[in-house]
Design a binder for this molecule. Structure first.
Ligand code: ZN
Length: 502
């Protein structure tokens, strides 16, 4: 006779399996599927999503949760089981508010919207994407309304990715960041010592770029026995369980930095997912605490490590071996500066660290306006271009490089973008703490040694999975909540050195 907690774990395991199955189908859709498969895949994903939802919100699950909560009452509140019951209960109460018909409709609409986006983006054809986007945003407004009353209609959307985070909190942090980031970018563009990154566009064989990316991922500690890398239009990380955490990248012969940074970024996500304690596998506690913490991990490896001089002291010789002609006249300091060139640009995922958060603030403003019914989808491309001008001083030449550049909206993912910017802040908070705990870290990185860094992250962050929410985790690790100070310090110090601002 299983205990009540074992019974709950079994039921939650089935829901986990259904989500994992959907994730395999989604991965395949983005990596392998022929275009003709779109309608069949949309139907399959819709069925699986509905089954996962129905299993999770069933009365049987409700009863299992009640019974397990009784059994868990005397456990240490930080134990796996107590946390499992708490997390599952919270997710259950949220999911019960969403009708199964909505889940199926949303899944079908977003599968089709994703296909429409894949066709419309390269063709610069917003008109064909527009009806799909209208459906997706309408469905997200409907979703938010399942959680009424709320202080702001955007709050339930944020809460799905960052439990407890509210619209006013995001506004407050962005209001603190925006003037300092805009001022920093202006100081660099107007008064900084010029940085030339034209060497990135010298034409780099994509197979060799691929090989270099794999070397870096392996050196960071990504376990290829439990993962793999593939190519997709938009890089992402996905997990089907602790034994299978995959990443994707994309490669451009004329933008060397892009694939390197993308692989480092996704590796950071994958290291987090591969680092959960084994006891958390096949439960809702597997994987990251929240998207902000998840993004802090990808950013830490991509930016704090991957754009640093110590990292390139270790890896530039290998890169020059692969590309002896293109890099013959380049030294490591020049390459490091080129990796850190600040230049307002159109594409978020290729943005440097100084301008990146401005891309996020733009998307936050627009999502908020649409959610509030203050902006129509028809007016979205123009609104996008106006904001680009306001924040970055640029107007995109077309919608391909403007409003249609990101995959998120086609997938119905709203309330997600702020977590990228907040992840940058958390990465800097953690980086200060890590360097205090590991005073030898930059010398280790110079020798391509990442075991202590990964070990620190495993101990303090990864192994907990989602047992603790972002705020709890930060309190435990840095002794305070989300803060913009360390990130602004990090940026200003770094660019002072690279651009000779003082
Ligand atoms: Zn990411």
């Amino acid at each position: 006779m299983p205990t009540k907690l074992e019974h709950l774990r079994n039921l939650l395991g089935e829901v986990f399996d259904l989500h994992a199955t959907a994730a395999v189908l989604e991965w395949d859709q983005q990596v392998n599927m022929p275009r003709g498969g779109a309608a069949n895949r949309a139907a399959a994903l819709s069925t699986i999503s509905r089954l996962a939802h129905e299993t999770f919100v069933s009365d049987a699950m409700g009863a299992a949760l009640e019974a397990a909560a009784d059994e868990a009452r005397d456990l240490d509140p930080d134990s796996d089981d107590a946390r499992l019951v708490r997390k599952a209960r919270r997710d259950y109460d949220k999911a019960r508010r969403v009708p199964p018909d909505y889940v199926a409709e949303f899944s079908r609409a977003t599968s089709l919207a994703h296909e429409a986006w894949e066709r419309a983006r390269p063709a610069n054809d917003f008109a064909s994407f527009r009806p799909h986007l209208e459906t997706v945003f309408r469905l997200r407004r409907t979703y938010a309304d399942f959680f009424a009353p709320y202080a702001h209609r955007y709050d339930p959307l944020l809460d799905d990715f960052e439990p407890g985070l509210t619209t006013p909190q995001v506004r407050a942090v962005f209001d603190e960041l925006r003037p300092r980031q805009v001022a920093l970018v202006r100081a660099i563009v107007e008064g900084g010592r010029p940085v030339d990154n034209s060497l990135m566009r010298r034409g780099y064989d994509v197979d060799l770029q691929w090989a270099f990316g794999l070397d870096v991922a392996r050196a960071f500690g990504y376990d290829f026995e439990r993962g793999r890398q593939d190519k997709s239009a938009h890089p992402f990380t996905t997990r089907f369980g602790l034994g299978d955490v995959r990443i994707t990248t994309r490669l451009y012969p004329h933008l060397l930095s892009s694939s390197i940074l993308s692989t480092m970024h996704e590796t950071g996500h994958a290291l987090y997912d591969q680092g959960s304690a084994p006891e958390l596998d096949r439960t809702p506690l597997l994987g990251g605490s929240s998207l902000v913490i998840h993004e802090s991990q990808s950013r830490l490896w991509e930016n704090m490590v991957g754009r640093s001089l110590p990292f390139w002291k270790a890896f530039f010789p290998r890169l020059r071996e692969l590309f002896p002609q293109q890099l013959a006249d380049v030294d490591v300091e020049t390459f490091h500066r080129a990796m850190n060139k600040v230049e307002p640009s159109f594409i978020r995922i290729e943005a440097d660290e100084a301008t990146y958060n401005l891309h996020i603030m733009l998307r936050f403003d627009l999502e908020l306006a649409i959610t509030e019914d203050a902006l129509s989808i028809a007016d979205l491309p123009a609104a996008w271009n106006d904001k680009m001008q306001e924040y970055l001083g640029l107007t995109p030449p077309n919608d391909t490089n403007g409003v249609m550049q990101d995959v998120h909206w086609s997938g119905g993912i709203l309330g997600y973008f702020p977590t990228y910017a907040l992840g940058n802040l958390v990465a800097a908070q953690l980086w200060e703490r890590i360097n205090a705990d590991l005073p030898d870290l930059s010398r280790q990185i110079e020798r391509a040694q990442f075991a202590d860094l990964l070990g620190w992250l495993r101990t303090h962050i990864h192994r907990h999975g989602s047992k603790f929410d972002a705020d709890e985790l930060l309190q435990r690790v840095v002794g305070g909540g989300l803060s913009a100070g360390p990130y602004l310090r990090y940026l200003e110090t770094k660019y002072d050195e690279i651009y000779g601002l003082h």
